[in-house]
Design a protein around this ligand. Structure first.
Ligand code: ASP
Ligand code: MG
Length: 405
């Protein structure tokens, strides 16, 4: 008898028919004699709808009350899912995050799980029940409801799998798994049978969003092996696990394009100690997340100057421009130029650690397509370039063709 944690995302429980489908799948697994813990999200659109209601009342509602409000989304789904199982004659009991023993810190709307005591879950499982747990929520030690940040049901599932030492953790979604590239854009994109935690994290943060990054980090830390698969069919999905020797044979696991980046170039910045520190401290103080940074070689003799370019998330661009404008008098640069029409294109794979010439092949492929590279950054398992946004999809297809086929 195996203990299985299954998580169903918002689209998988998006209406009552889908919830009945979920119940049928759960009933089938249980029919094999396994113990099942089901974690569900709010029905798709519900969390956004609740946020909108709150903002209609006031622009900046209390975060504690936001958590009380948002937790109702998942609470709706657990009850409906339990009922759908009852309708099939399967004993099932729903639990809120707090009833399931999920304790968090008190940082409302993005609480961190501190401890899980799955006593009630175990009792209910041992009594023959399917246990349905509300994702995305917990409670503080003194009893306040908290939520775990957008997409947090993934984290609930991974953390429960760790706490229960589950034999299997399945993350059900509306795609068949993790792909080598977005199959809607790259026709030859293939579903991966397996991927390492680090590759999955890079691909998620590079715009191939499949799961909440924090949950993948948590899985890596606690060694939770999980499978991403579709709730709409029975195809096997993608197994996410620790890197293995055989994974290194593949140089590039996936190609990702992030269209949500913008760039600022600060022209003719005085080249003296402390200037870069001043600029990036001011951006950090404004909670702006800077990604790539490039500083040119300095030019001019008497008082040398240099150009500094950096990328950031597009929604932060206006805020960042204000910060940089505010520094002009103090820092004394000539001009700041913003560009929203960029894309960050990346290739990711643990095989890069042991293969050479990967970056050269990437640049050659782009050159052959006549695509200009604006900025470059590399890590052990990733090469990223900034290019013109209008060339993004063409470039992505070319790289996929060159590295994956
Ligand atoms: N319902 C929450 C959200 O929409 C949590 C989740 O879906 O994982 O972010
Ligand atoms: Mg979700």
């Amino acid at each position: 008898m195996a203990l299985i944690v299954q998580k169903y995302g918002g689209s998988s429980v998006g209406n009552t028919d889908r919830i009945k489908n979920v119940a049928a799948r759960v009933a089938q697994y249980r029919g094999h004699g396994d113990q099942i813990v089901v974690v569900v999200s709010a029905m798709s659109g519900v969390t956004d709808g609740l946020i909108k209601l709150a903002k209609d009342i006031m622009p900046l509602p209390s975060e504690r009350e936001m958590d009380v409000l948002l937790a109702t989304g998942e609470q709706t789904t657990i009850a409906l899912t339990a009922m759908a199982l009852h309708a099939l004659g399967v004993p099932a009991t729903s639990l809120t995050g707090s009833q399931a023993g999920i304790l968090t810190d008190g940082v409302h709307t993005k609480a961190k799980i501190q401890n899980i005591t799955p006593k009630k879950i175990r009792e209910l499982l041992n009594a023959g029940n399917v246990v349905i747990v509300a994702g995305f929520q917990g409670e503080t030690p003194d009893g306040h409801i908290t939520t775990l940040g957008r997409g947090g049901s993934d984290l609930t599932a991974i953390a429960l799998a760790a706490a229960l030492k589950a034999d299997l953790c399945q993350i059900y979604t509306d795609v068949d798994g993790v792909y080598t590239a977005d199959p809607r854009i790259v026709p030859g994109a293939k579903k991966l049978n397996e991927i390492s935690y680090d590759e999955m994290l890079e691909l998620a943060s590079l715009g191939a969003k499949v799961m909440q990054s924090r949950s993948v980090e948590f899985a890596k830390k606690f060694g939770v092996v999980f499978e991403v698969r579709s709730s709409l069919n029975d195809h096997p999905g993608t197994i996410v696990k620790e890197e293995s020797k055989s994974m290194e044979a593949v140089v590039v696991r996936g190609v990702a394009l992030d269209k949500n980046q913008a760039k600022i170039t600060i022209v003719a910045v005085p080249d003296r100690p402390g200037v870069a520190a001043r600029i990036f401290k001011a951006l950090a103080d404004a909670a702006i997340n800077v990604d790539m940074i490039v500083q040119n070689i300095s030019h001019g003799s008497g008082a040398p100057t240099t150009d500094i370019s950096f990328t950031l998330d597009k929604p932060d661009l206006l805020k960042a421009q204000k910060v940089i404008d505010g520094l002009q008098a103090e820092v004394g640069y000539r001009q700041a130029i913003a560009n929203e029409k960029i894309g960050k294109l990346s290739i990711v794979g643990v095989g890069m650690r042991s293969h050479s010439g990967v970056a050269a092949k990437m640049f050659e492929t782009l050159a052959r397509e006549g695509i200009n590279i604006d900025m470059i950054s590399t890590s052990e398992i990733k090469v990223s370039v900034i290019i013109d946004l209008t060339k993004g999809e063409q470039a992505k297809k070319a790289l996929h063709g060159a590295f994956i086929g």
